[in-house]
Design a protein around this ligand. Structure first.
Ligand code: LLP
Length: 404
């Protein structure tokens, strides 16, 4: 939740560009980054924007220009980051279940790589020995995160090398004298509790003596941002203070300069994004009033996929009395954004805005039902710029071979 753009600005963007429309606020992204910088030691902390949250190149350029690094989850994200002009030294590739060819390609591009299986580590050792420093993703068996679908560190998770496999990990490292430069843990998304990050630090502490070449501790992403009004996110000031302290203690204890890395996605872009839709149809059914909008789970899947809450405001008439609505989409299956939500009294044609739409909104959208994906607009210095257009009919057919 955040209202860094006024209803007036959002209404204007909707009138100018049409709806459905994703709108992002540049200053909000910059402000979030500044907040991180202000609470973590600038000597020993680096932030890598987890660009899977939103990969539009204009957003990435903004992220690069504010001095932030970038975390990628596929080789194509790495290539997009290079296209935007990120220095390979500022690009991290955290792989999962990838063909070794992708890791080889990442090495050839000169970016940092995290490996998350003994199998790929063995292949890495055979191919590169100790010539290319590499990070290891550890599964710490910590249950954390907003819901099971976005929880990645528990003992049934596919991610990382279980910390219990330490001996196997060591023997591959020794066999090929692999230069392990980083240990990585990402336990999930929407982690409010600072203690979870401190638990990761304990796992690192136990592993560090066995891996003397490690000088980076990568704590992953997952900072929680508020989605509901009055909800609290991760206490960044507290986290910063604790991590600064732990990094200093561990550096002294291990006799090496250790650097903390983080990979925030939602924290940087979630609240900077607004998804504007328009009400097509009002339909009364017993005590339910459906507000049917010109969008669906094809544009914002988080409510149906994760039961995620997105705050909704009727920006056409925000002062009207509240009524309860089921806000639904126009897709051929149940695509309910909110089941029984108080919203200022709606008329057909009103604009409804979804908050927290910056992370995993557009990025997870699709052309289901042969609907167009929405346009995206960036507002910065009060100026709005179209940063990707909506699809058109030709786009829907362009990958398909012609009928003969
Ligand atoms: N680092 C790694 C290795 C990750 O897998 C992720 C997210 C992040 C960093 C960034 O996490 P964040 O700071 O954004 O929480 N689609 C879901 C979230 C999936 C997150 C996947 N990995 C959602 O909409 O809630």
């Amino acid at each position: 939740m955040n209202s860094s753009l006024s209803y007036e600005q959002l209404n204007k963007a909707a009138d100018t560009y049409g709806t459905p429309l994703y709108v992002y606020h540049g200053e909000k992204i910059q402000g979030q980054y500044q907040n991180l910088l202000s609470h973590f030691s600038n000597k020993s902390t680096r932030f890598f924007y987890a660009c899977k949250a939103l990969t539009n190149i204009h957003i990435l350029a903004l992220v690069k220009n504010m001095g932030c690094n970038i975390d990628c989850s596929s080789i194509n994200e790495v290539k997009i980051a290079l296209h935007v002009g990120f220095d390979p030294a500022n690009i991290l590739y955290t792989s999962n279940s990838v063909a070794f060819e992708e890791i080889k390609e990442a090495v050839s591009l000169g970016v940092h790589v995290n490996i998350d299986s003994l199998s790929n580590l063995e292949k890495f050792g055979a191919a590169f020995g100790g010539r290319y420093p590499v990070g290891i993703r550890i599964r710490p068996d910590i249950m954390a995160g907003g819901n099971l679908k976005i929880s990645t560190g528990h003992n049934k998770s596919k991610f990382g090398i279980p910390y219990t496999e330490k001996e196997a990990l060591k023997s591959i490292q020794e066999k090929y004298t692999i230069n392990i430069s980083a240990l990585h843990i990402h336990t999930g998304s929407e982690i409010k509790d600072v203690a979870v990050f401190l638990q990761s630090a304990t796992v690192f502490e136990n592993l560090l003596p066995d891996f003397p070449t490690v000088n980076i501790l990568d704590f992953g992403g997952g900072f929680k941002v508020p989605y509901q009004p009055n909800e609290k996110g991760t206490d960044i000031a507290l986290l910063g203070a604790e991590v600064n302290k732990i990094m200093e203690q561990l550096s002294t204890k291990m006799g090496r300069n250790l650097t903390a890395w983080f990979e925030p996605g939602k924290y940087l872009v979630s609240e900077a994004g607004f998804f504007i839709t328009q009400v097509n149809v009002l339909k009364q059914s017993g005590d339910i009033i459906f507000a049917g909008i010109n969008s669906g789970l094809n544009h914002l899947i988080r409510p149906m996929f994760y039961d995620a809450y997105h705050h909704i405001v009727n920006i056409s008439a925000p002062e009207k009395e509240l009524k309860n609505y089921a806000v639904v989409g126009n897709i051929c299956e149940t695509d309910t954004f909110a089941w029984d939500r108080p919203i200022a009294s709606i008329e057909e044609g009103n604009y409804l805005v979804f908050y927290n739409a910056g992370a995993y909104g557009y990025e997870m959208s699709s052309n289901y039902n042969a609907r167009y994906k929405p346009a995206q607009v960036l507002i910065k210095n009060e100026k709005s710029t179209l940063i990707s257009r909506a699809d058109n009919f030709d786009d829907l057919l362009q990958l398909q071979t012609p009928l003969t």
